[in-house]
Design a protein around this ligand. Structure first.
Ligand code: TYM
Length: 333
């Protein structure tokens, strides 16, 4: 990557838990493509985070390479950006230990995602689930990141990252850049099609459209999307979450603003809206799927790119970790 001195750093990550949804795409990956020219960017396949829930090893390995390919297929160039796998840069785990010692049990126990996940994983309430935000803070802080584009569900994790960075800086001087979250309102919480009071999530496949779904599945899922009974097409998240969500999905894939879309659908019924949303989603995912199929057919090439990118990430990460070790007093010879 040409590290242009005047560009700030943007960092984000996605878990390789299979089945990337259009929520992940609209809230995160598409935002990355829109911002990537203005920043020095790193995009991570966060495989260590995925281990907080039990994984089938062969599937995790496959999902990791597939997510790497999807980033590229979505339009992120692995030469211009650093796209890499978290476990290939051991500095993430190393910084996590140090930052664990600067993070309080009380603040971690207030994380709503921890509370939700522990309710759903009663049989595997492991310590990794609890310290998950510290690993995420390490991801971000290792690269002196200024901007972190994420969906609404990650807001609290960004807040704790800032708190940890500020706490550390207050003791040791300006070691870390304190990052800002980038969470645009319209795209940061795509809702489930089957239950529009919840977010679209890969763990609830009924309400989710996946980036690699075929056209028939996309049409069927969107046709069944829960709406309401007043038949008016407008944005009103409180009272009409299902319809508002469809408009937001339409807007993200068509490139029209939601106001333009509301004008376009004036006087039309929900059936027509759903058809237009399906058409827009299919037209948007088709080129990504085509590129993805080409990329995944050449695993050797993907592997090579992944290794090269890990090396580039490591150079930056090692610099920050060295500084942290020195500051906290670890003997480095
Ligand atoms: P993950 O893998 O759950 O989700 C990846 C990204 O997709 C966003 N997202 C959504 N956005 C809009 N609507 C939705 N329904 C929706 N569902 C998911 C998420 O907010 C996220 O931005 N902990 C993170 C990954 C991570 C990370 C990082 C992110 C690890 N280290 C460092 C940023 C920086 C996670 O589990 O995302």
């Amino acid at each position: 990557m040409k590290q242009l001195e005047n560009k700030k750093t943007l960092y984000s990550g996605v878990q390789p838990s299979g089945n990337i949804t259009i929520g992940n795409y609209i809230g995160a990956i598409r935002q990355f493509t829109l911002l990537s020219d203005q920043y020095n960017c790193l995009f991570c396949v966060v495989d260590l985070h995925a281990l907080t829930v039990r994984q089938i090893p062969a599937e995790l390995r496959r999902n990791t390479l597939e997510l790497f390919a999807l980033y590229i297929a979505a339009g992120l160039d692995p030469q211009k950006n650093i796209i890499y796998c978290q476990s290939h840069v051991p500095e993430h785990a190393e910084l996590t230990w140090i930052l664990n010692c600067f993070t309080y049990m009380g603040e971690l126990s207030r994380m709503t995602q921890f509370k939700d996940k522990s309710a759903r994983n009663q049989d595997n309430l492991n310590a990794g689930l609890f310290t998950y935000p510290v690993l995420m803070a390490s991801d971000i802080l290792l690269y002196q990141t200024s901007l972190v584009p994420v969906g609404e569900d990650q807001r609290q994790h960004l807040e704790i990252t800032r708190d940890i960075a500020e706490r550390f800086n207050n003791i040791y001087g300006n070691v870390f850049v304190v990052p800002e979250a980038y969470i645009p309102k319209e795209t940061s919480k795509i809702l489930s099609l089957s239950d529009p009071l919840r977010k679209m999530s890969k763990s609830e496949p009924d309400g989710a459209v996946f980036l690699l779904d075929n056209a028939d599945d996309i049409r069927r899922k969107i046709r069944r999307a829960v709406t309401d009974s007043d038949a008016e097409i407008r944005i009103d998240i409180e009272n009409k979450p299902g319809v508002s969500n469809l408009l937001q999905i339409y807007s993200a894939f068509s490139g029209e603003s939601t106001d333009e879309a509301i004008g376009r659908f004036e006087g039309q019924g929900y059936g027509q809206l759903k058809k237009a949303v399906s058409d827009a989603v299919i037209a948007g995912v088709e080129p990504i799927q085509k590129r993805y199929q080409e990329l995944i057919a050449d695993k050797g090439m993907l592997h090579q790119q992944m290794m090269n990118n890990a090396e580039r990430a490591r150079q930056i990460a090692a610099r920050t970790l060295r500084k942290v070790y020195k500051k906290v007093g670890l003997y480095q010879g």
